[in-house]
Design a protein around this ligand. Structure first.
Ligand code: PRP
Length: 209
C-alpha cells in the first residue's frame, strides 16, 4: 500500500490557515491555492528522472539536466484548474489534459462529464490535480481513466485530504503516489471534509451560493 506524503512546513501551515478561514476573499483564496500547489509540486516532483546534456556557460562547458519523461498535468474540473499554473511554471513542457467531474449532491458519487484523453500515446508520468480529496470518488475515476489511457506512473496531488479518500485510493490503487498538504479529521454526514475549507471550486471561482 502506498504511503501518503504529507507536507510538514511552516509556510504550508500558514497558507492553509488562509484557505480554511471563511472570511478569506476569493482572490486571496486563489493565491493561497497557487502557493500551496507550488510547495506540493516541489515535493511531488523530487523523484523525476533527468537526462544529462552539455551546457555552454559564458565561461565553459558543464553538466545540464532536463526531464527524461513526458509529464502530464491532469486537473479535475473545476477546482484542479487553479493548480495548473504553478505546476506549469515549474514544468513548462508539461502537457495539460483536463478531466471534468462533479459530485452528485445527493449521492456524493462523481459524475464524469468531460474528457479528451486520446486513445494512444500516453504521457509517462501524470500528476492528477485537485485541491480536495474527500470520498476519493472523483480521484478514483480520474486515475481509472489515466490507467485506461496507459499511463504507467500516476501521482495524486491534493491540498487537503480526508482519511476516507486516502484509504480508498490506497486500497484501489496501491501503486499511485499520494501527496497532500494536510490530512484532515474526517468527512461529515454530507461528505464534506472537516474541519476543511468549504467547497474549493466555489471559493476559487466565486460561485458560492
Ligand atoms: C469537489 C473537489 C473534488 C471532489 C472531491 O469538486 O474539487 O473534485 O469534490 O470529492 P470526492 O473525493 O468525494 O469525489 P465538486 O464536486 O464540488 O465539483 P466542482 O469542482 O465543479 O465544484
Amino acid at each position: 500500500m502506498s504511503e501518503v506524503k504529507v507536507l510538514s512546513h511552516p509556510l504550508v501551515q500558514c497558507h492553509l490557515s488562509v484557505l480554511r478561514s471563511k472570511t478569506t476573499a476569493n482572490a486571496e483564496f486563489r493565491q493561497s491555492v497557487k502557493r500551496l500547489s507550488t510547495l506540493l509540486a516541489y515535493d511531488a516532483t523530487a523523484q523525476l528522472e533527468t537526462d544529462r546534456y552539455d551546457v555552454e556557460t559564458p565561461l565553459t562547458t558543464c553538466d545540464g539536466f532536463r526531464l527524461k519523461k513526458r509529464v502530464g498535468l491532469v486537473p479535475i474540473l473545476r477546482a484542479g484548474v487553479a493548480m495548473v499554473e504553478p505546476m506549469l511554471d515549474l514544468i513548462p513542457t508539461s502537457e495539460v489534459w483536463h478531466l471534468g467531474m462533479y459530485r452528485d449532491e445527493a449521492t456524493a458519487e462523481p459524475v464524469h462529464y468531460y474528457s479528451k484523453l486520446p486513445k494512444s500515446s500516453p504521457v509517462d508520468v501524470a500528476f492528477v490535480l485537485d485541491p480536495m480529496l474527500a470520498t476519493g470518488g472523483s480521484a478514483a475515476m480520474a486515475i481509472e481513466a489515466l490507467e485506461q489511457w496507459g499511463v504507467k506512473q500516476i501521482k495524486m496531488l491534493a491540498i487537503i485530504a480526508a482519511p476516507e479518500g486516502i484509504q480508498r485510493l490506497q486500497e484501489q490503487f496501491p501503486k499511485v503516489e499520494l501527496h497532500a498538504c494536510v490530512v484532515d479529521e474526517k468527512l461529515n454526514d454530507d461528505h464534506f471534509i472537516v474541519p476543511g475549507l468549504g467547497d474549493a471550486g466555489d471559493r476559487i471561482f466565486n460561485t458560492v451560493g
